[in-house]
Write a protein that binds this ligand. Structure first.
Ligand SMILES: O=C(O)[C@H](O)[C@@H](O)[C@H](O)[C@H](O)COP(=O)(O)O
Length: 235
């Protein structure tokens, strides 16, 4: 029997999903804090995570010993509505979680290529591996900034790659982006995919049925994890 590519936990609604996701992430952070005294978390941007952020922000953790960063970022300043950093500041870094150290990926340089070295220096100080990584997925099968047709896709999803971050440009991505590469993401103690809606579930099932990574880059994650990828979903 072949191992299924993912294990899907279905929740009744977004609030129930957000509570479960926040509980899993808090547990992973707590375990690393107990072991190492410090922990890091990488979260995705986009529209889906807002409720999860709000729920996690209230978790009773020693946030002063937790570093938060992004799985990927659109190359825009935090004044932009498209900024994932602004989303995290607004919805996650509040209440108890306001004490966390936030490590944004956007550096203010004109392009992600020019900002890459500074961003890499910033993330090099994060406790590694991540205690938890929460991925999202687009309707085109992208995750992080692993977009179909992206110029740097092959390097970004190379399981043997050594760079933690890479600059990415793709037609479907809007602005240029910076993204963690596959290896540091899948090295996390806890790796979860958060998707909502029947459409995204169908996209994931199509991806898991097999085919080219270049067409649906979420396949790079499904192929690389040793155990089925844990997916939290609600209609
Ligand atoms: O910056 C981003 O866009 C993300 O980090 C990206 O990978 C996201 O997780 C998916 O695009 C899903 O986005 P939605 O939640 O908006 O559908």
């Amino acid at each position: 029997m072949t191992t299924p590519a993912f294990a899907l936990a279905a929740y009744d609604d977004p609030a129930a999903l957000a509570r479960a996701l926040a509980a899993h992430v808090a547990e992973a952070l707590r375990a690393r804090l107990a072991r190492d005294g410090a922990a890091s978390l990488a979260v995705s941007g986009g529209r889906t995570p807002t409720r999860f952020f709000e729920t996690l922000s209230g978790a009773p953790l020693d946030w002063s010993r937790i570093a938060v960063t992004l799985v990927d970022e659109r190359w825009v300043p935090e004044t932009s509505e498209r900024s994932n950093a602004a989303l995290v500041r607004r919805h996650l870094l509040k209440g108890p979680a306001a004490a966390a150290r936030f490590v944004p990926l956007f550096t203010g340089a004109a392009t992600p290529e020019e900002g890459l070295a500074a961003a890499e220096a910033a993330v090099a100080a994060l406790p590694a591996p991540f205690a938890a990584v929460v991925l999202g997925m687009g309707d085109d099968g992208h995750t992080a900034s692993f977009f179909p047709g992206a110029d740097a896709l092959a390097a970004a999803v190379d399981p043997a790659g050594t760079a933690p971050l890479i600059a990415v440009r793709a037609d479907g991505a809007g602005e240029p982006r910076i993204t963690f590469t596959l290896p540091p993401l899948i090295a996390a103690d806890l790796l979860l995919l958060h998707i909502e809606g029947a459409g995204k579930r169908a996209v994931l099932e199509r991806a898991a049925a097999g085919g080219a990574v270049a067409e649906m880059p979420i396949r790079a994650v499904l192929n690389a994890v040793r155990v089925p990828l844990d997916v939290l979903w609600c209609p």
